[in-house]
Design a protein around this ligand. Sequence first.
Ligand SMILES: *[C@@H]1O[C@H](CO)[C@@H](O)[C@H](O)[C@H]1NC(C)=O
Ligand SMILES: *[C@@H]1O[C@H](CO)[C@@H](O)[C@H](O)[C@H]1NC(C)=O
Ligand SMILES: *[C@@H]1O[C@H](CO)[C@@H](O)[C@H](O)[C@H]1NC(C)=O
Ligand SMILES: *[C@@H]1O[C@H](CO)[C@@H](O)[C@H](O)[C@H]1NC(C)=O
Ligand SMILES: *[C@@H]1O[C@H](CO)[C@@H](O)[C@H](O)[C@H]1NC(C)=O
Ligand SMILES: *[C@@H]1O[C@H](CO)[C@@H](O)[C@H](O)[C@H]1NC(C)=O
Ligand SMILES: *[C@@H]1O[C@H](CO)[C@@H](O)[C@H](O)[C@H]1NC(C)=O
Ligand SMILES: *[C@@H]1O[C@H](CO)[C@@H](O)[C@H](O)[C@H]1NC(C)=O
Ligand SMILES: *[C@@H]1O[C@H](CO)[C@@H](O)[C@H](O)[C@H]1NC(C)=O
Ligand SMILES: *[C@@H]1O[C@H](CO)[C@@H](O)[C@H](O)[C@H]1NC(C)=O
Ligand SMILES: [Zn+2]
Length: 881
Amino acid sequence: MCLSQLVIIALLLSMGTSKPLKQDRPSCGYQSCPQGKPGMLNVHLICHTHDDVGWLKTVDQYFYGANNTIQRAGVQYILDSVIQELRHDPKKRFIYVETAFFWRWWRQQHDHMRHQVQKLVRDGQLEFIGGGWSMNDEATCHYNDIIDQMTWGFRRLSDTFGSCGIPRIGWQIDPFGHSREQASLFAQMYFDGLFLGRIDYQDKSKRQKTQTMEMVWKASDDIGPAADLFTGVLPNTYSPPAGFCFDTLCDSVPIMDDPRLHDYNVNERVDSFIKIAHEQAKMYTTNHIVMTMGEDFNYQNANLWYKNLDKIIKYVNEKQKNGSNVNVFYSTPSCYLYALNQANKTWPTKSDDFFPYASDPHAYWTGYFTSRPSIKGFVKHSNNFLQVCKQLDTLARLGPMDAGDVSVLPLQVSFLFQLVPIPLAVQKIPGRVSKATSELVFNVKLPALGFSTYFIRKSNKFNTGCDIANRWKTRLLREFHLSNGIKLPVKQSFYWYNGMNGNNSEAKFRASGAYIFRPNGTTPYPIDNNVTVTLVTGPLLNEIHQTFSPWISQVIRIYNNTKYAELEWLVGPIPIKNNIGKEIITRFDTNLQSKKKFYTDANGRQVLKRVRNERPTWSLNITEPVSGNYYPVNSRIYIKDDSKNIQLTILTDRSQGGSSLSDGSIELMVHRRLLYDDAFGVGEPLNETGVDGRGLVVRGRHLILLNSTSVAGKQQRELSEKVLLQPWLSFAPFSGSEYEWAKQFTTEYSGLKRPLPPNIHLLTLEQWKGNSVLLRLEHFFEKTDDPRGLSKPANVSLKDMFTPFNVVNVTETTLGANQPLRKASRFAWNIEHNSTRTNVNTGHQRDAPTGPEFNITLNPMEIRTFLVTLNDSVKQLKSIS
Ligand SMILES: *[C@@H]1O[C@H](CO)[C@@H](O)[C@H](O)[C@H]1NC(C)=O
Ligand SMILES: *[C@@H]1O[C@H](CO)[C@@H](O)[C@H](O)[C@H]1NC(C)=O
Ligand SMILES: *[C@@H]1O[C@H](CO)[C@@H](O)[C@H](O)[C@H]1NC(C)=O
Ligand SMILES: *[C@@H]1O[C@H](CO)[C@@H](O)[C@H](O)[C@H]1NC(C)=O
Ligand SMILES: *[C@@H]1O[C@H](CO)[C@@H](O)[C@H](O)[C@H]1NC(C)=O
Ligand SMILES: *[C@@H]1O[C@H](CO)[C@@H](O)[C@H](O)[C@H]1NC(C)=O
Ligand SMILES: *[C@@H]1O[C@H](CO)[C@@H](O)[C@H](O)[C@H]1NC(C)=O
Ligand SMILES: *[C@@H]1O[C@H](CO)[C@@H](O)[C@H](O)[C@H]1NC(C)=O
Ligand SMILES: *[C@@H]1O[C@H](CO)[C@@H](O)[C@H](O)[C@H]1NC(C)=O
Ligand SMILES: *[C@@H]1O[C@H](CO)[C@@H](O)[C@H](O)[C@H]1NC(C)=O
Ligand SMILES: [Zn+2]
């Protein structure tokens, strides 16, 4: 997993780009938009294709159109075909979204074609919308991944198309629910607006009735207006209106407009279109409406779409002579947004998020928060490794140098260490190649943004430091003791829900599946009737090894110098005897009076309050009491009791679904294995197997924190940063002399001259272009986490930050690094504010780095992005081996 990611990055770095074509006055952008007609109902037709970057087929299979028996889809043909159509008619427009596919195609084109495409982009006929490497999911992605993948796509577009390749619009038409943090990040990427396809069916119905499909989303309490984002919900997810899909993959009736032929149908088709337009207009507030003319992998033969849309435009607009007020034309999401902005009206606002997503009363898309738990674990692990690689790549950018006096000569220190036995269940995980039976534990202090080297020798007489006892009375986690003497009963155990079987013929027969979580019954079954335990103690850590069943075990680990308990669970193969699919949860039960409230993070960053059986913006009809209360947990979930002044927090090592279904209780779904498809496209049950062909075995960790509510925010923020980016261990056999090694190679190194403030995290450090690197710093506290301490603004001087190089110039950019901040601007919108109309200028300007020291200030939850020019004349790190 990690290796392949590295290979991909290396390949992409070496790919050539063709210079943006220099010509005067590009007409891309809002100035090239069709204006519509005042007083008419203006219908913006958006020609688009939704191209999943990997789903039922691999990305390359989708690109080439291979394995079409799985799904008929070939993206290369879409681009070939659309470009020809656009070239022949300047009125036609098309948007393209997924840069992963566009880039594959672009690399294969000759200069002639490239110039034609550059012209189409410059003229605004072909526009990049979204523009990330892919349209990322919002429930299970971490913000670090989102920012990286958007930046990667943006950079390809900017390098190729200059300013016309800067996407203006977020286009999240297929994710199954929408996170507030994603909207905040998009606002900081300077998108002018965001369009969504899927929102909860109850929410949508209310919004349609109350004409609140379009709003200003206030996406961050900490960042304020700079995180406000205009958000529109599209009328038909991202499909065309019923009866108007003209692709080879669809079967709508074409416009048959030759009156000499038998099947002439223009009047009937035009009337139907006009009726739909008027119906749709009732749900929106301006005299502009939008119709998405496309579907998954549409436009492989673009002529079908364009030929019929040309006719619709012609015949619908002809009716204006007879008094019709419908005016239809080719447009783009940005042109539609521009029309909304020009309308100068006052928009409603929203401050919560769009989770969970239900498409009908029994289809809550909360199963995929946990589905494929191993891959979700790998994603986190790979991101960690990717950041390590980028940092090392930057620090080592000038190549090798002598060890010199930097180098620390090894001292022989007798570390206190502990050998901890690896539980048998772990040793027996199918596919495990290691023969290790115990783990070596010792404490080290690591330099910031650096590394240190340890030589480990096996000694003949060593002390295992273990005392294995089998007489532990309590078999389950029962109680936590706080250092202030408070004891809190915390029962932890595993349970399973019976996944609903069904044939999906009607909503009530929906099966639990890859996307949908639908338990049969609201009470999960316990798995703790016969738990056996082993106790491992030592100077550095104590462990309790619990076996719940032949397929569930857990290690409860407490280090002597940390304040949390680590629960490392091992689940699988989940038995599927008697045709019963199972969804496994870990549950923590306490007597905390949490009063229906619990808290979950968005994309590993801001935290949102959840209230059981409620939604902040509509009165919820509870049809699925368990899955309708599940929310994405990317990094943390907590409950608190204000009268007891206690908060219980669980940090996860991967994305999972979680909830609090009764006061004092937290549950997280860790694994699921199901025997029926849920009929949302994957066409198979979620029945993952491991290398041995049996059900998949998954291992993961939860960190449990218990603290007073006033300091819990600080503690969980600090710890979750450590969980996100852990030190990377690498091992090599070594038989020489440590002294010789240390004379030749750097053994300890820090890339930072001084530590960053404790509330600041170095989010990105990667090579950019020429002498510049991309640097992102973030304040990772919310205002409310530690109001009198680490939630305060922090100052950093960029000038003297790094050991191996001097910073000679700094340019602050938008979050996606595709525009200098000083040149970037966004639309302003009017919103209701305490029943007065307020103009929100969302393009908020920050103070530029000041003085020769490049001093900057970071406020809570702020991320600042810089292109930093480095001075190369400094000594470099010798070798990172
Ligand atoms: C995809 O096509 C290739 C070549 O025809 C074939 O070898 C492979 O098995 C196919 N993969 C799947 C998943 O059908
Ligand atoms: C927008 O509307 C406000 C009042 O609602 C008005 O004062 C202002 O001039 C309008 N702006 C434009 C550009 O029409
Ligand atoms: C749900 O569970 C009940 C028993 O609790 C069983 O009788 C019923 O068949 C199950 N329904 C489905 C669809 O699995
Ligand atoms: C409990 O589990 C142990 C070990 O897995 C087994 O030897 C014992 O028979 C089980 N006891 C019961 C009552 O199932
Ligand atoms: C943990 O153990 C290490 C090694 O014995 C010791 O230096 C440290 O003080 C201990 N920490 C605590 C909190 O007991
Ligand atoms: C709640 O949803 C169910 C299932 O769709 C429906 O039968 C019922 O009428 C709804 N109740 C209300 C109050 O809307
Ligand atoms: C689930 O996977 C197992 C193991 O590969 C297989 O034996 C079983 O038939 C599968 N069941 C379904 C319903 O897919
Ligand atoms: C509570 O959090 C504070 C702040 O991080 C920390 O210093 C303290 O050790 C924590 N106490 C416990 C019992 O976890
Ligand atoms: C430093 O960067 C700014 C843009 O932020 C640019 O205008 C200026 O020319 C650069 N100065 C040097 C010395 O490179
Ligand atoms: C808006 O109303 C809230 C309470 O409803 C109040 O706290 C706040 O001060 C008001 N803001 C303004 C700008 O009037
Ligand atoms: Zn999709």
